[in-house]
Design a binder for this molecule. Sequence first.
Ligand SMILES: C[S@@+](CC[C@H](N)C(=O)[O-])C[C@H]1O[C@@H](n2cnc3c(N)ncnc32)[C@H](O)[C@@H]1O
Ligand code: SF4
Ligand code: SF4
Length: 375
Amino acid sequence: MFARKTKLVADMLYKRPKGWKSLLWNSSMAQLKRSGPLMAPVHISIEPTNACNARCPVCETGKGDMQRKTGFLDEDLYKEFIDNVAPTTAVLLYYFMGEPFMHRSSYDMIRYARDKGIYVESCTNGDFVDPEGVIYSDINKISFQLGGMDNATHQRYRIRSKLDKAVGNLERLLDLRRKHRNSSVEVEVGFIVMRHNEEQVDDFLKWAKEIGVDRASVIDPCARNMMEAHAYLPKNKKYWFYDEEAFAQGILRPKKIPQNECVWIWNSIQLNWDGTAVPCCRDTNGVLPFGNVFDKGINAIFNGEAATDFRHQLLQRQGDISICKLCSGYGLPQLQHTNPAGFTIQRHTINDGDIPSHDEAIANAQNTLLSISRK
Ligand SMILES: C[S@@+](CC[C@H](N)C(=O)[O-])C[C@H]1O[C@@H](n2cnc3c(N)ncnc32)[C@H](O)[C@@H]1O
Ligand code: SF4
Ligand code: SF4
């Protein structure tokens, strides 16, 4: 462990990738158990929207349990924000609690961050992805997440998503990438393994190899409570990150529980579509807001009272923090090396097919909330 860490630091000092000073400083502060002051986070996750066409029953958005207002990231505020953080941000994770490609400006917004030299990656249910838009955006990595190898199985969890649409878009993207040799987009396909699809994992891996993706990953499922765990966790325990003994006693908790530490949040910040910062992706409903980065700027928020108090509490009593109870922590963000887009593609069309307008998507989300609260 010590040797690995030393090698990591030596490697970083030698290569000096963007953000190396912040990563070194902030991680040392975490190690020294100091809640601040910190340098700017090297990793930012941003939510293009918390609206979604799908209804995955463990996801707060999908099951209609989203306590935050539904909305879409404002393109102008986003661009101003990117201008400010570009010098210090190594990685931008372009998704959170919704379907990123339901935002009609996603390809342009990704391209904007790419042109500023930020490594960008995203994750999608695939239904609305416009392959031409993806190539144009110059995104570094995109991951299509599937729920089964046939539509009926896929829709057991990815309710309302259509497997043929997602796979069609994925295959067209792979085709298009072969034609655009300058594109360096890395294409991944993920399989959320659950009780109803665990028998399909081998078929998934074989298929993924045949179609020529760069990486296929089998994703261990998460659940928010015991009822969901009983419904969705696979029989095969190799896909579990939950403690089996605790589970047998009716308690859902991860195998590994961090002890007053989480170096991740010393280096990263999570932003909701309206600019509100929260500690990490486990705060899906925005219960621990740090303030708004569009109003105050990233540094005032990251070193503000709420964020500093949160890190202080984490160092003292992590067991009392609601969002940490089902999490094993995420380690250090990787400092991806990337150059700004080195090519130009004119995007003549945007295949927005049947993407609902932003107003329709917001109304749909409100209807889901209403129908669930009436039950
Ligand atoms: C909330 S989704 C947002 C992005 C996009 N809508 C999607 O589903 O890919 C973020 C991530 O959660 C994953 N996910 C959803 N439900 C999950 C579950 N029960 N267990 C593990 N991962 C899950 C998705 O596959 C995706 O990688
Ligand atoms: S596709 Fe993603 S955002 Fe949509 S309901 Fe499923 S997990 Fe949630
Ligand atoms: S929920 Fe996980 S990632 Fe978030 S602060 Fe707690 S341990 Fe860290």
